[in-house]
Design a protein around this ligand. Structure first.
Ligand SMILES: *[C@@H]1O[C@H](CO)[C@@H](O)[C@H](O)[C@H]1NC(C)=O
Ligand SMILES: *[C@@H]1O[C@H](CO)[C@@H](O)[C@H](O)[C@H]1NC(C)=O
Ligand SMILES: *[C@@H]1O[C@H](CO)[C@@H](O)[C@H](O)[C@H]1NC(C)=O
Ligand SMILES: *[C@@H]1O[C@H](CO)[C@@H](O)[C@H](O)[C@H]1NC(C)=O
Ligand SMILES: *[C@@H]1O[C@H](CO)[C@@H](O)[C@H](O)[C@H]1NC(C)=O
Ligand SMILES: *[C@@H]1O[C@H](CO)[C@@H](O)[C@H](O)[C@H]1NC(C)=O
Ligand SMILES: *[C@@H]1O[C@H](CO)[C@@H](O)[C@H](O)[C@H]1NC(C)=O
Length: 262
């Protein structure tokens, strides 16, 4: 073909091509998804917030799962919305995948004691009890395993009862017009509903962790492709579906074989 050109005259341009195209791409400037999601974000001393969580306003939406969007109220209070209800995030345990939170009451309304979790994403931890909150009741004597308090119906205070004992609950059912489900972890020495509310409750999130571990293990940062509506892996050079390609074993052999072919 070109008998007057020696193989080495191809090798040098090939090396220059590699240096100018591939090399600086992953050494000097990290891909923007990767660098934007790689800087740690905190809110209210929660510690480093990581995938699937992300902080709205502090990070782009692709840094986390869309259903794990955190707000940072007054720059200090991490919040999450689940089934249109707001919760104050007390703790996120990355290793056990347990989220501890507390219901936020915008007005201390009785109907606010009705909590439904998104069962596709969260399951209650074994120490959580589902209490029944009764309100709009006729007169009721004190019962064991029930906590009386006052909540608001149409701007008026109303007697209400938080009941954890199921046999007690059936007695309340006949005296009250409304009941709602409310997850609690009753502290050892709970004097009343205030202490129970302050304790909050815990859920385990069920997003696939194996997938994210694989991405992190390959040097990537877990993220979400909102267009495809699926998790992805942001790597220093590019976003990928699952994990970062092993640059040393995938790039260099192909470059070398390219050199040897010449
Ligand atoms: C959270 O989990 C990821 C992957 O499982 C791990 O790489 C990371 O170090 C953990 N972060 C903290 C703060 O424990
Ligand atoms: C709870 O019931 C007791 C006894 O009936 C009463 O003294 C107390 O004020 C009630 N507490 C609330 C918050 O309504
Ligand atoms: C539930 O209440 C009943 C009486 O209303 C009582 O006999 C029983 O011991 C209570 N159970 C618990 C677990 O508190
Ligand atoms: C709650 O109220 C509904 C009817 O509104 C009733 O069917 C149900 O048994 C009640 N639950 C409890 C625990 O009392
Ligand atoms: C509690 O919430 C569920 C689901 O949102 C709803 O169907 C039910 O009527 C509510 N109950 C009360 C007492 O507000
Ligand atoms: C989680 O993802 C891994 C890797 O993609 C897969 O092998 C596993 O089956 C998934 N588990 C669940 C519960 O989806
Ligand atoms: C999401 O996927 C689409 C289609 O494959 C792609 O064009 C886009 O760049 C991806 N976005 C991210 C953030 O990975």
């Amino acid at each position: 073909m070109h008998p007057n050109l020696s193989p080495s005259s191809f090798v040098i341009p090939a090396i220059i091509f590699l240096l100018s195209h591939h090399f600086p791409n992953f050494v000097c400037s990290d891909e923007f998804h990767y660098s934007n999601c790689n800087s740690p974000v905190d809110c209210g001393g929660l510690g480093k917030i990581e995938y699937p969580f992300w902080v709205n306003g502090a990070q782009p939406d692709y840094c986390g799962h869309p259903r794990f969007k955190l707000g940072c109220l007054h720059g200090n209070f991490p919040t999450i919305q689940i089934m249109h209800r707001d919760y104050l995030v007390i703790d996120i345990d990355n290793d056990t995948q347990i989220l501890k939170m507390m219901a936020i009451f915008h007005e201390f309304s009785c109907s606010g004691f009705n909590i439904t979790m998104d069962s596709t994403l969260f399951s209650y931890t074994p120490d959580v009890e589902i209490a029944t909150v009764f309100y709009d009741c006729s007169s009721i004597d004190p019962h064991p395993g029930s906590y009386n308090f006052s909540c608001v119906i149409n701007s008026f205070p109303n007697d209400a009862y938080l009941v954890t004992n199921t046999s007690t609950a059936s007695e309340f059912a006949s005296e009250c017009n409304f009941n709602a489900s409310f997850p609690v972890v009753v502290p050892k020495s709970a004097d009343g509903v205030k202490e129970i509310l302050r304790e909050g409750f815990k859920v385990k999130w069920t997003v696939n962790k194996t997938e994210c571990d694989e991405c992190v293990g390959s040097g990537g940062r877990c993220g979400y492709n909102t267009t495809l509506d699926q998790p992805c892996c942001f790597c220093p050079d590019n976003p990928y579906r699952n994990k970062c390609p092993n640059l040393r074993s995938s790039m260099y052999p192909s470059s070398l074989s390219m050199l040897f072919r010449l």
